[in-house]
Design a binder for this molecule. Structure first.
Ligand SMILES: Cc1ncc(C[n+]2csc(CCOP(=O)(O)OP(=O)(O)O)c2C)c(N)n1
Ligand code: SF4
Length: 281
């Protein structure tokens, strides 16, 4: 029996999301996974970007950091290296993650901190009332693009595999049980995990009807350690595959940083900042 039930991970703060928003399913799945992993709320930190999805941290019993638009990954990385014993989960939307914050993904992948990143991908900018986002389909009409967008969408899963993110998965907020299982596996993984969760925006881009027929679980015989195969699957547009595409373990950022501190110690000690500053006075 888990010490804390999924329900007990929810705070008394009522989410301000529109009724039917996919983000409710993500919140439920996160609480299910935390309960399954018996995570102590005292050792749990959520960091979020800006957007409807970025409102999530206060809804979970944990420490929270509502950061600025697009900057959740450096902040989550900083929290983890400050205290590697914490469970650090970053959350945000597809605009936050892949537009303004897109430049942080490759560098977080290179560093591989043991943080989990849950992107609630609704193909629109929900908070600012429905402009197109990096994952909107080409030609999508919005009040800000009345003749249709001219850009083609990004493919976040293929992009994450290309960047060598060490755990890459896709899930659907309407399948909260499967999403909770993926989050649990991401928490078992030591390193940077990116879960792109399709989480419909019922108000500005309602995809609830068109999505389900396109969804398919990743074939059971898929070898998730094979990067080329994972990339092939990510580019297969015949279906929207759900599950873990790619996973490989390698040393985490925090473990390598602490190794550096030891090395600096061996070579005569770490220079003191006040001593360095004195050189310039
Ligand atoms: C630097 C900066 N630029 C723009 C904004 C305005 N803004 C707030 S949220 C947002 C996009 C939200 O979309 P997304 O990240 O997909 O999240 P969602 O609301 O759909 O969950 C934008 C452009 C901002 N807050 N800060
Ligand atoms: S505007 Fe869209 S993304 Fe924002 S809370 Fe409402 S349904 Fe969810």
């Amino acid at each position: 029996m888990p010490k804390i039930s999924a329900q007990e991970y929810k705070t008394k703060i009522e989410p301000v999301w529109c009724p039917g928003c996919g983000d409710f399913g993500v919140l439920q799945a996160i609480c299910n996974a935390l309960s399954a992993k018996d995570v102590d709320p005292k050792n749990l930190v959520f960091a979020s970007g800006i957007g409807c999805s970025g409102r999530l941290p206060p809804y979970v019993k944990s420490y929270g950091f509502h950061t600025v638009h697009g900057r959740v990954l450096p902040i989550a990385t900083g929290i983890k290296i400050g205290n590697p014993n914490l469970t650090v989960i970053a959350v945000g939307g597809d605009g936050d993650a892949y537009a303004i914050g897109g430049g942080h993904i490759p560098h977080t992948a290179r560093r591989n901190p043991d943080i989990k990143y849950i992107v609630m991908d609704n193909g629109t900018y929900g908070l600012t009332k429905g402009q197109s986002s990096p994952t909107s389909p080409a030609g999508m009409k919005t009040h800000a693009s009345p003749y249709g967008t001219t850009e083609i969408p990004l493919t976040p899963i293929a992009m994450a595999i290309a960047y060598d993110v060490s755990f890459v998965a896709r899930a659907y907020s309407g399948k909260a049980k499967e999403l909770a299982e993926i989050i649990t596996k991401a928490m078992d993984h030591r390193g940077f995990a990116l879960i792109n969760v399709i989480s419909p925006c019922i108000t500005f881009y309602n995809t609830y009807k068109e999505l389900p027929p396109q969804l398919a679980a990743i074939p059971e015989d898929h070898d998730r350690t094979n990067r080329a195969k994972a990339f092939e699957l990510a580019l297969d547009s015949s279906k929207i595959h759900l599950g873990i595409f790619y996973q490989h373990e390698r040393p985490t950022y925090e473990s390598r940083l602490h190794g550096l501190t030891d090395k600096a110690g061996e070579s005569g000690g770490i220079p003191r900042l006040d001593e360095i500053l004195l050189e310039f006075t």
